[in-house]
Design a protein around this ligand. Structure first.
Ligand code: ARG
Length: 395
């Protein structure tokens, strides 16, 4: 019986090279799986590419709906931004892709699971951990195992007639519905401003002279309508990506700590994620108590850290989700965002669960808040702090 590997296949440089390596160096038959998470690729072209590479069978799975409902929406509820910046666009897809690969692995009775990740990035962790959580099959990662670099891969691709598009020669790109990540090439100089041809989703030149607005309606922590229109989750995200991107909103440029310890310069285009997380967290502040706000931000951070670090499958993630879901019952309402020449600002919010009370907060006449009550509270609140300082002064 020939050995048979199943490979998560994007049709890009890494995974195309891996198909050939598996066939030639590992002597294996290859089954490829492309999971559509809204990367906008032509699935027919990818299937043709797989065929040309001589794979035994190619699968194309549309997982966009599942990606939104089971991965993006939980991440919005968790206001998920790794190191306060990165919306986890790539990180969220990996466990989903790996799960889909596992489903087909069973059907195809393969002898190994394969991926095209390097030994330097985070994706190897995400694939390996999800694979090993759901199967005992061995994992093959030729790029990591053979210590391949990009230049060697490009040479190998050329030798095997594998076509690589011109952008992929300059940068390493990963994109889906939730964001576009750009790495490598000139971006590896952490002090150099990214050239404008890096950006495709976000407009950087000739931005509109007037501001535009986005009105996002949330129901139990997830967006359900935008600008007064009820849209399905995929269309809603696409709509915001377009509108905010056109206003220059959604570029992120930061130094990121990878799981294995490397610091890397990462550039992202994430217009919808940027707007939705900003709006969602603002709405939470209005409906949650100060205690919920303080505690939940710790949980949110832990969630982001765990998911970034490839531990989607850890039971803790579900534990955190249970808490987060409980907090979302009152996160319903509308947030108004102003987009102007690349900047984003929340300029209004309302909710039937709002804890903001005009009558209590107003500095105007008719406030129902009795200021006299505050005196005693402040005295007790600061008692230990003032005592400690009194003691210091005596010394
Ligand atoms: N650093 C991000 C992550 O680990 C994005 C990686 C994107 N990959 C790429 N080839 N650009 O999730």
């Amino acid at each position: 019986m020939p050995k048979k590997a199943i490979l998560a296949f994007s049709g890009g440089l890494d995974t195309s090279v891996v198909v050939k390596y598996l066939q030639e160096k590992y002597n294996m038959d290859v089954v490829t799986v492309t999971v559509d998470v809204g990367q906008g690729d032509d699935q027919k072209k990818i299937a043709a590419k797989a065929k040309k590479l001589g794979v035994k069978k190619h699968y194309n799975i549309d997982a966009k709906k599942e990606f939104v409902s089971d991965f993006i929406f939980p991440s919005i509820k968790a206001n998920s931004l790794y190191q306060k910046k990165y919306c986890l666009a790539t990180a969220l897809t990996r466990p989903l892709i790996a799960k889909k690969v596992l489903e087909i692995a069973k059907k195809e009775k393969v002898t190994a699971l394969a991926h095209g990740c390097s030994g330097k990035g985070n994706d190897q962790v995400r694939f390996d951990v999800t694979f090993s959580s759901g199967s005992n099959l061995p994992i093959i990662a030729p790029i990591r195992d053979l210590n391949l670099d990009r230049k060697t891969e490009l040479k190998f691709a050329k030798k095997h007639g594998i076509k690589i598009d011109s952008v992929a020669k300059k940068f390493s790109i990963d994109q889906n519905l939730w964001g576009r990540a750009i790495e490598g090439g000139v971006l590896e100089d952490a002090y150099k401003e990214p050239p404008s041809d890096v950006f495709i989703w976000v407009k950087t030149k000739n931005l509109a002279a007037n501001p535009s607005y986005l009105e996002i309606q949330f129901e139990k922590g997830v967006p359900v309508a935008v600008d007064g229109k009820k849209l399905n989750p995929i269309a809603l995200i696409e709509y915001i990506n377009k509108k905010a991107g056109a206003a220059g909103v959604g570029i992120v440029d930061h130094i990121e700590d990878r799981v294995i310890g490397i610091k890397s310069r990462e550039v992202y285009e994430t217009p919808a994620a940027t707007c939705l997380i900003e709006a969602h967290s603002d709405l939470e502040k209005m409906v949650h108590t100060k205690h919920e706000n303080k505690f939940k931000s710790l949980i949110d951070d832990e969630w982001s850290w765990l998911v970034y670090s490839g531990l989607w499958e850890d039971p803790l993630r579900k534990d955190l989700d249970a808490f987060i879901d409980q907090t979302q019952k009152r996160v319903s309402g509308t947030v108004k965002l102003k987009l102007y020449k690349g900047s984003l600002r929340v300029v209004g919010r309302k909710s039937k669960y709002s804890l903001y009370s005009y009558k209590v907060a107003t500095y105007g006449k008719g406030s129902t808040f009795d200021q006299k009550l505050a005196k005693g509270f402040v005295e007790l609140w600061g008692m230990q702090s003032t005592e400690a300082n009194k003691l210091q002064r005596k010394r």
